[in-house]
Design a protein around this ligand. Structure first.
Ligand SMILES: [Zn+2]
Length: 379
């Protein structure tokens, strides 16, 4: 069964072109904010964060931080807040335009509440650290101290590099239904595909309880040293086209700021994928981690504590074994580490930086070609 949206209600607040141009002719104040919140505003309005209809008020904000739940009791791991860097005179009841990536209005908001946030507490509770070496904690530095809550209505979609892949939850639900997929597994990615990813995707497609696979890389804001969004999408595009059945796999993209919050981020991504219509969610090793802030398998364990209506599909770390002659995990391979080839992004990147050829046992040639094309890493 394609699951009901999270919280039972699929949000979609996107204005028609006529409505948007009428609203745009009003002379309303304009507010700019940090990139990650621009992406969030759009995801709220298209329903990816359903049942949330707007940026969180203080009740939700505090309960999410303290108890991992919304004020209505629904599990929610990380606050979704709007904290424009520049303070404004606007007050509760006021309407304003939120500026998009190009500095032009793309959403309409009406302020419900203004409240102060403590960024140290946010960092501590949401990311488990105040260390600014953590990319999301570093981002908090640019946030304002005052949060504005209120419903978001979209005037237009954001212009992003691979806009044709930016489906709304309504779109993907329609596609899944058209394909006759009832049980769809979501695959979260933030890297171009290599053999370990492919192995996990294929294992999932082989399951008799899975009809389709929805591969949805995060391509919004990534951190320094990550692959560029357009490279990730290009690599996936050529990979999916060459190696998967069209009637089993859908490629989409998700433009949000990557939350490197370990298990909490995994839970948030699972909730979002449920809204896109997925019944299952693939969780490998260290899915949304960074540095050594989180245990690499806590992202799998968190599903034992919280049920968000999505079944986790868990995998151990996989690697290429020269003795087995294929991708394996420690669940099946009896051979020692001397036979195991490191297929990690770290190794791939090291070879890239050194200008060396990327070995075929870890990367498809079509993908290797894209990664060897030069300027592929975020500076
Ligand atoms: Zn082996």
């Amino acid at each position: 069964m394609i699951p009901e949206p999270y919280g039972g209600k699929l949000v979609e607040n996107i204005m028609s072109e006529n409505e948007a141009s009428r609203v745009l002719s009003e002379n309303l104040p304009r507010v700019s904010t940090v990139l990650e919140q621009v992406y969030d505003a759009e995801k709220i309005a298209i329903g990816a964060f359903s049942p949330i209809e707007g940026f969180m008020g203080s009740d939700d904000y505090n309960q999410v931080l303290e108890k991992n739940q919304l004020s209505n009791g629904l599990t929610w791991p990380i606050p979704i807040v709007l904290t424009p860097p520049e303070s404004s005179e606007l007050d509760a009841g006021d309407e304003f335009f939120l500026n998009g990536l190009d500095g032009q209005p793309f959403a309409l908001m009406k302020i419900e509440e203004k409240y102060k946030i403590d960024k140290g507490r946010f960092a501590e509770k949401a990311y488990g650290t105040r260390d600014i070496a953590h990319p999301n904690v570093l981002d908090l530095q640019k946030w304002g101290e005052v949060a504005i809550s209120g419903k978001v209505s979209l005037l237009k979609r954001l212009s992003v590099p691979a806009a044709q892949y930016e489906y709304t939850p309504k779109d993907t639900r329609r596609i899944f239904e058209k394909n006759g997929w009832k049980n769809v597994a979501a695959y979260q990615a933030r890297n171009p595909p290599h053999m370990a990813h492919e192995f996990i995707q294929r294992m999932t497609l082989e399951r008799d309880d899975i009809d389709g696979l929805f591969i949805q890389p995060v391509i919004g804001k990534l951190k320094k040293g990550d692959y560029k969004p357009e490279i990730i999408m290009k690599a996936y595009e050529v990979f999916v086209k060459n190696y998967y059945r069209e009637d089993r796999v859908l490629l989409g993209s998700l433009s949000i700021a990557m939350r490197y919050a370990g298990p909490k981020a995994v839970l948030l991504y699972a909730i979002m994928r449920r809204n896109y219509g997925c019944s299952h969610y693939i969780v490998g090793r260290d899915q949304a981690g960074v540095g050594s802030y989180y245990d690499p398998y806590d992202g799998q364990r968190i599903f034992d504590r919280y049920d968000v209506g999505v079944k986790p599909v868990k995998y151990d770390e996989v690697f290429y074994c020269t003795k087995c002659g294929m991708m394996v995990s420690s669940k099946v391979c009896p051979h020692g580490p001397e036979y195991h080839v490191d297929t990690s992004q770290t190794k791939i990147r090291k070879l890239l930086v050194e200008g060396k050829q990327l070995p075929l046992e870890i990367l498809r040639p079509e993908v290797a070609q894209i990664l060897e094309s030069g300027d592929v890493i975020n500076q």
